[in-house]
Structure formats: structure tokens, C-alpha cells
Design a protein. Structure first.
Lengths: 328, 328
């Protein structure tokens, strides 16, 4: 048995480098779900996978491609980090449902049905009108269920999210968002969504992206841990994990590209504003992957049991991975 | 143990249907290397994989995607057929060496460096000038060796083929061709190539495509088996298998597309001619997959031992698969 903790992050989008891979190692992360697509089509997404393949070849002592839960256990034993691919948009499947299985074969394990806008599959959280899951969306959820690609509704609108939870035959995830009862951001999730997610076996990854936090960059660790306690009271600790949404070392041009892709002639500021359009500053207690131990300490301070701390920081995601990634 | 024979075909390109999958089953084939690309680029090749995924879903009792030699043993036990993907051209990797690993992840196990023409990697057998393996070709062979994608030189020119055998650190294959000492077709292989192939651990799959046969469609089974015996005398039985090049139920428009793709304004007739441009008729002793037993009988008649018959009809390919498909 390894003495390493079981830390899993349900979403990161860093400007990856050897420095960050070393920090992951120092922080003791056994698995990270990394975003490899915001706006890319199929072939552009494949190119992002090729870029990751080069990282895997270059840093084999630090990282490798994760395909299933067993890879997380192997990573924990080896002192390495299993990297799981995910998309924050359905753009990689274009209009071709056959690409769901192809992308799963290439390692994809999470796919959001929408980013902020309406997609071919459902409605994003910044649209005025939410028409729910589309005809193609129903077919694609079924196919994702079949091959073992997790439905992620982090950036989707309320009705679409509730419908996806209902339609999906396997539990879904909201990999990176917080409850609106704590901080009413458009990207955070209503009590209805959170209750339905939990009732259907899903997972919520708590975000540490400042726009999702009460008092943003000034959010305290105490407040963050209280939110976790309150959500546990609401739906049970077993549905909760971390999905930090860490976007380390990214230039502001990247968040502009994430929000705008090629879909608009006017600049969309997403969660920001014209006067504050860049990446916000991380709270002092979560700057990079070495700070997982701060959350651990915060949860202990708040009175969580050792078992519940382990559950939130890794074991719950691992249980979810165990039942989510293999074909039906 | 299964009572089923171990029959493996090193190349087929049929107009696939339930009827043909049933014939494969009746013929007792445990593995077939199928061509899924002649002229397609990356995304078109992925679409061909999607079409095969639909076959695998529709006929799970007959076929499944083969990824390694163990799958052949499983197929033999189950009474099913493992389908191994291959390309007769390097067009699926376009000009992107990173696509080699991607396509291997998706199941590709053989790739010709050229079809009939010059490619980015080497020279095809119908070019007047053969300049050998290119700069990119050397890099791609190394990458194919690394990931476990077999170099296939069936349609390549003499010098390029000899160089590929030398450059490759893993044994290569000529999946479907015959010796020119028996029938001097441009697609068949010289003594030099065959000797070098054998000396470097490679495999030759004997073709039953009439243009590669002495007397074409009228070729006798006896003559075909004599050729196998003579080649075994030359390089040893362990390097020999069948690569029938069966193109069952294909309309003649397909062979025109195979030869011409989108590269020419004038019609190229390949091994055919303006007066005989379509698919030639198969010899009476090999019409479809149920006729493997005829070859077995022909080899017995010619005096091959049971062990050598088993080697040529499947065991040699299986040994080659054992050492070829896993990453280094």
C-alpha cells in the first residue's frame, strides 16, 4: 500500500508545463480530469490529444493517460498522476454520433453537452431560453452511456441539466460548479439540480474558480468548507468531490478564446465584464496543486471526519470512475 | 481447446455484408486483416472505422475488433473472427506523424507506406523512378515501430521496400503479393526482396488476386502450392502466410476508385488494362472464405506436413502478431 493520499481533481485547465507536472507530483494528485477542448472540432481535438501524447512520452515518471479507475490506483502506488481527458463542449463530435465511440477509444472520459451557448445537444447556461435536451442530445446521451463517456453539465442551463439527469441511464457529473444557495452565479447550480444530481447517483465537483466563489478571490477557506458541509447535509457526502477549475499560468487571451471561439463578432465576457475580462486571481489558499493539503486542513478544522475528508478529496471520484468509464 | 482450425488471412477487401461474415464463420477464419483505406484522409478513415463499429455492434456473435494476438486466440475459442484494421496507403496520417499513435489507438495494425504512387514516405510500385524511403518516411517507420503499427510494403517499389526492411527495427510485412520468380507481375516481389524480408524476420502473405497469379484466373491450385513450396525452400516456411487480397462482391467502380482516388485526370488501369479494367474472376478453388479448406487440401496433396500446413494457414501470422502489435 502507498502512503500517498488519494487526491483527485475533477477538472483543471492549466497551461501545462514541466513545472506544473512537478507541482502535481508534489501535491500528491493521483488523478486529474483535464479539459482538452473548448471550441475545437474533431480533428483539432485529436491534435490536442497528440500534444498530450508528447507530454506522456516526455514525462513518463510524472504522468500517463488514464483510461479507467484501476489507472488511478496504479498512479497512487507509483507516485504518478493519471490524466483523464474531457471536453467542455460537444464540438469534437461535430454532427456525427459515431465520433462518441471513436473519442472514447482515444481516451475521452467526460464531455459537456454544452459550453455556455446552445449546442446541437442542449442549452448552455448563458442562453436566455432553455429548450432542454435536443433530439440529437437524447441519442448522444444514450451513446455516451453505452461506451462509457460521462455526461458533464457544468456549463449547461437548468432545464437541460435536469433533463440530462433524467435521460441518462448512468449517473452524470457536474465536474466544476458550486451551489447557488452559497453564491448565486449563473454558472452555479440550483437546489433542484443538486438534489436531482445526488438522487440519481451523480457527482458534484466544487469549483475554486473565483467567479464561482462567495467573495470571489477573497473567498475564505472556512466559507468554502462550510459550503461543502451544507451541501453534504443536503444530498450526502458521497456525491461530492473537488473540481477546482484551476487555470494556472494561462494568459488572458486564452479566457477570451474560451468564451468566444469563432462564434461571435462581438466580444463575450462570460463570467467577467468589459472592465474585468481576464482570469481572476486565485484565493490565497488554492494557488496550485500543492494546495490540496490546505483544503484537507480546512475540512478538518470544520469538523469533517477523516473518512469524509478522504471521500471528498478523492474516494468519491474514484468510486464514480469505477462505475462510469467501461462500456455497458 | 477449440477444435476449430487456426486460419488467418493477411488481407481482404470485401464488400462486407452479413452474408460474407457468415462465410467467414463457416470457413473458420479466426482473424482477418481488412483494408479500411486506399485513398482516404484521416477523417474519412475514421468514418470507415465508425462504419466497422456498426458492424461490430450488429454482428457481435460473428466478429469483433482485434487489437492483439490474444484476441485471435479468443476468437478461435469463441468461434468468432477478430478483424484487424489496415491501410493500403499512408494517406490517413496526412502530413502529421502524431496521427500514427492516434490511429494505432483506434485499432490500426498495418499501414502500407505507399499504394501504387509516390507518397510522402516512399515510392509505389508503378512509379518509373524509385527514390527510396523519404525523410518523413524514416521518422514514420520509427514511430510505427514504437507504437506497434506494422510496416506493409505490398504495393511499394523495389528500392523503397529493401530500405524499409533495413530501416525498420521490427520485422515488416508484405501482406499480399507473390514472388516474381513464379509470376513476373509488377506487384509481385523479387528474390532480393523476399530473401531480405525473410532474413529480417518479416512475413509474406501469398495473394490469390488473379493479377498476381500465374495464368491469372486459370491458375491451378497445384501451381499455387508449388510456389509456396519453392518460396519455403528459399526463405523457410516460418515467414509465409496467406494474404488472399479477396475483393468479394465489389462492383468494378470500386477498383477504378482504388486505382485513381482523386489524383489523376486520366484513368489509371493499374494491373488491368483499358480492355479489362474491372475486377478479374477468382480462380475456382478460392471464391470466398469457405475455400480455405481447399488450400489446406492442396498443400497436403503437394506433400506439406500437417505442421507446415498449420504454419502457413495461420500459426505464422499469429506468431508475427504476437511480436508486432504492442508498443515497444
Amino acid at each position: 500500500m502507498s502512503n500517498r493520499p488519494l487526491f483527485i481533481d475533477g477538472l483543471q485547465y492549466n497551461n501545462w508545463s514541466e513545472e506544473i507536472f512537478q507541482q502535481i507530483h508534489q501535491g500528491g494528485l493521483s488523478a486529474i480530469h483535464v479539459t482538452i477542448c473548448y471550441n475545437e472540432d474533431f480533428q483539432e481535438t485529436v491534435q490536442n490529444m497528440i500534444d498530450w501524447n508528447r507530454y506522456f512520452q516526455k514525462y513518463p515518471d510524472l504522468i500517463f493517460l488514464g483510461r479507467n479507475a484501476e489507472d488511478v490506483r496504479r498512479a497512487q502506488l507509483d507516485g504518478r498522476t493519471a490524466i483523464f481527458f474531457g471536453f467542455q463542449n460537444c464540438s469534437p463530435i461535430e454532427d456525427n454520433i459515431g465520433l462518441v465511440e471513436i473519442l472514447h477509444s482515444l481516451g475521452a472520459r467526460f464531455m459537456q453537452l454544452t459550453y455556455n451557448n446552445q449546442s446541437l445537444l442542449g442549452t448552455g447556461c448563458y442562453e436566455t431560453n432553455d429548450s432542454g435536451i435536443t433530439r440529437m442530445g437524447r441519442q448522444v446521451i444514450k451513446e455516451m452511456n453505452r461506451v462509457g463517456l460521462v455526461v458533464d453539465m457544468s456549463h449547461s442551463a437548468e432545464r437541460s441539466t435536469l433533463e440530462a439527469i433524467e435521460i441518462s441511464e448512468r449517473p452524470i457529473a457536474i465536474t466544476h460548479a458550486n451551489p447557488t444557495f452559497w453564491h448565486p452565479a449563473l454558472r452555479n447550480k440550483s437546489d433542484d439540480v443538486i438534489r436531482s444530481l445526488g438522487a440519481n447517483g451523480g457527482m458534484l465537483g466544487f469549483s475554486i474558480y473565483p467567479h464561482h466563489l462567495k467573495n470571489k478571490s477573497d473567498c475564505t477557506l472556512q466559507s468554502f468548507c462550510e459550503m461543502i458541509a451544507d451541501t453534504a447535509d443536503m444530498i450526502g457526502i458521497e456525491h461530492l468531490g473537488i473540481g477546482s477549475d484551476l487555470c494556472q499560468n494561462q494568459p488572458d487571451s486564452v479566457v477570451e478564446w474560451m468564451r468566444n471561439g469563432t462564434w461571435s463578432n462581438e466580444v463575450d465576457f462570460g463570467e467577467g465584464s468589459s472592465s474585468f475580462s481576464g482570469f481572476p486571481e486565485q484565493p490565497h489558499w488554492f494557488k496550485d496543486n500543492r494546495d490540496f493539503s490546505n483544503i484537507e486542513a480546512g475540512l478538518k478544522e470544520k469538523g469533517f471526519s477523516d473518512k469524509d475528508i478522504k471521500a471528498v478529496l478523492g474516494q468519491n471520484w474514484l468510486n464514480f470512475f469505477d462505475s462510469s468509464f467501461e462500456p455497458l
